[in-house]
Design a binder for this molecule. Structure first.
Ligand SMILES: *Cc1c(COP(=O)(O)O)cnc(C)c1O
Length: 404
């Protein structure tokens, strides 16, 4: 398939979300991308097979392999769209966000190498590096978010291969200084990776700041409807080609049905994220001024430690607001139970608002003291805002706060 990616790069992000990566003349003149629901591909005669093996393309150049694990046109269309949105040369799609993390690191890191990672990062990413990769002799150093001197001193020249960060982070929405991280990567010749799941390409585009790889859990904002799992990595074409080849070995392919739903979801990414940004900002301001709230974490508020970087490097501050309710674990739980709009659930980025108390969701098995050591207070709430009307969400918060 020939994707007009270069033309897309000059267009705005709503146009890219709708048209990015899609070819004009699809099978049967279908407007939407056909779901090529097949596990394998056929050849009319042996010579066709030989021609395919020589060129690895088929007929008009359709993106496919000889077998489903090596390529699928529906998946390829989503990859081209994500690349267009991230401003990257290419992108690769995986079965989940974690599958994207593990496949990227397993493909690129040699034995004996070293990773520097910032704290307040996705728990499973840290777990993968510190337990699984450690077994292959790959070491990980975790440095405090926002401490760039510590980050630089943690780099071991010629041994450190990757600097990994997230932006915004979970749950404190810390913002990485992409400019500084990209410079450190170039200075010490290590690759840089930003998990940009919370930002989406609408709010922040790390590739444009010189970051090597951008990762998304497409399960969240990109798909936007809480109905599928997928993950992606964007970057330079030769590196993504290596990741696609490795995916054929590691096997983390996303099925065509989910790929179709993801592409459909991405088309409305711009309007959804704009609404979520706007409501989140209103919620953050409302909560900051509320007597029953102890502290609000939102990068669009001047009180946030990374407000300055967020203003310089982001186009919007995202749809997640974290805050601390005055009171203990039970008071906070009572407030959450009194809310009528958000569901209690992990995850974020969909059209439905979701709310959780990290102490009871991701850190349930730990004691209050252990959680505090990890920086998770019992009264902390993470609110992932959906696309409901802003005023309804504000009214719901107000009535629930009156009960605690
Ligand atoms: C959810 C998430 C992941 C993992 O993605 P899955 O699709 O759930 O595997 C990775 N990073 C961040 C920041 C996430 O929020």
């Amino acid at each position: 398939m020939i994707y007009p990616t270069e033309r897309n790069q000059q267009q705005g992000h709503n146009t890219r979300a709708v048209h990015g990566g899609t070819q004009r003349n699809k099978a049967f003149d279908s407007l939407t991308t056909p779901i090529i629901q097949t596990a394998t591909y056929t050849f009319n005669k042996t010579q066709d097979l030989i021609d395919f093996m020589e060129s690895k393309t088929w007929g008009d150049g359709n993106d496919r392999g000889e077998y489903g694990r090596y390529g699928n046109p529906t998946v390829a269309a989503v990859e081209a769209k994500i690349a267009a949105l991230d401003g990257a040369e290419d992108a690769v799609l995986y079965a989940s966000g974690m599958n994207a993390v593990t496949s990227l690191l397993l493909t690129i890191l040699p034995t004996g190498s070293h990773i520097v990672m910032t704290s307040d990062c996705y728990r499973r990413t840290r777990q993968f590096c510190q337990t699984f990769l450690a077994r292959f002799g790959i070491e990980t150093t975790v440095v405090l978010n926002g401490d760039y001197e510590a980050l630089e001193s943690a780099i071991i020249p010629r041994k450190t291969r990757f600097i990994i960060s997230e932006s915004p982070t979970n749950p404190y929405l810390r913002i990485a200084d992409l400019d500084r991280i990209a410079h450190l990567g170039k200075k010490y010749r290590c690759l840089t990776l930003i998990d940009s799941t919370f930002a989406t390409p609408i709010n922040q585009r790390p590739i444009e700041w010189g970051i090597d790889f951008v990762l998304h859990s497409a399960t969240k904002y990109l798909s936007g409807h809480n109905d599928l799992l997928a993950g992606s990595v964007s970057g330079r074409a030769d590196r993504i080609k290596a990741l696609k080849d490795a995916r054929g070995v590691l096997g983390g392919v996303v099925d065509p049905q989910s790929a179709y739903l993801l592409e459909r979801g991405i088309k409305t990414l711009g309007v959804r994220v704009r609404q979520q940004n706007q409501t989140a900002m209103a919620v953050a301001k409302f909560l900051e001024g509320h007597p029953k709230i102890e502290r609000v974490w939102y990068p669009g508020l001047e009180s946030h430690p990374d407000y300055e970087i967020a203003v310089q490097q982001m186009n919007g501050f995202g749809g997640v607001v974290s805050f601390e309710v005055y009171g203990d674990l039970q008071t906070t739980a009572r407030f959450i139970d009194a809310l009528q709009i958000p569901y209690i659930a992990p995850s974020l980025g969909g059209v439905e608002s979701l709310i959780e108390q990290p102490a009871l969701m991701s850190y349930y098995e730990k004691t209050t003291e252990e959680r505090l050591a990890l920086g998770i207070k019992d009264n902390l709430v993470r609110f992932a805002i959906g696309i409901e009307d802003t005023q309804d969400i504000l009214d719901d918060l107000e009535q629930a706060l009156q009960t605690c």
